[in-house]
Design a protein around this ligand. Sequence first.
Ligand SMILES: C[S@@+](CC[C@H](N)C(=O)[O-])C[C@H]1O[C@@H](n2cnc3c(N)ncnc32)[C@H](O)[C@@H]1O
Length: 307
Amino acid sequence: MNFFSRTYRILVQFLCVPILVSDFFCPRTGHEYGVTFWTKLKLLVKMMGNNSRILSGSSFIEHIIMATTLLNTPKDIQGCVVECGTYKGVSATNMSLICGLVGRRFKVFDSFEGLPEPAPQDAAHEVLDIHEVHAYQKGWWAGSLEEVRSNITRYGNINVCDFYKGFFDTTLPHFNEPCVQIFLDVDYVSSLETCLIHLWPLLRNGGYLYTHEAQHTEISRLFYSEGWWQKNLKTEPPGLVGAGTGLGLKILTGSHFTSALGYIVKNPQLSNFQKFDQVGGLKLDFSATGKLTKPGAMFKGEKNRAN
Ligand SMILES: C[S@@+](CC[C@H](N)C(=O)[O-])C[C@H]1O[C@@H](n2cnc3c(N)ncnc32)[C@H](O)[C@@H]1O
């Protein structure tokens, strides 16, 4: 990529930031928790700074997207927030700040010694959208518990955090607390499978589960696997918003907006969604821009998808 193309992309990315954070700054985001515009502004600056201070595998815009859904989770829905896959703790540092604001415990799961030995299916993943193959080896992405603790103590909120050290197949089977939001940044399909088997039943209806491997063919495929979901969780596959491309948050490479972040909502309240009759003959209509569904609507209402 030449200098002008690169500079142009950085400029476009910069100009898009107000749109990408518009839900975060919407007055009703965090209103129930008494979080004001100025608190959010200070938080955004702090989160952005944390991303430059701590070696990181995810971006602050991705953290802001997850912060927004957490600030919009109704206060009366009980549950903690979970992160699996922490590395040096940047996403954990930023999410601990939000958990402090909304009064929820933040549960951090990691080996704190990097990735386990990859199964053959995880030695390399196809990332078709950006024409990359991501390769993995045992011990990569290592961050020790001391490093993570120290980063969160300096830049986040250590008082809301609980740490669970060990490979997921040893720690998660003993975890049994209801969760309102989950962030899985675990690289491997095998790690994702363990996390889903143990955490999906604990996620409240309407809760968000984010993955940071939405662009990986192998990972997004799992969210659509009828056989896997029926066998392991006795439910329909939920699909994945952002499968193959991630949410459209960055335009620093390629010709369209992408990111590593995707999500699913557990049994969303479809009755609260806006209904559009697809009769055909639609014209370009800018009147329908903006958010259509109120915060918390995923949780509250008459019927879940599963009911
Ligand atoms: C890409 S890094 C996480 C990046 C981090 N979320 C960030 O924003 O910088 C992946 C992490 O997943 C952890 N991990 C992957 N599979 C694991 C498993 N089976 N058990 C425990 N930890 C695992 C690794 O130790 C590593 O810390």
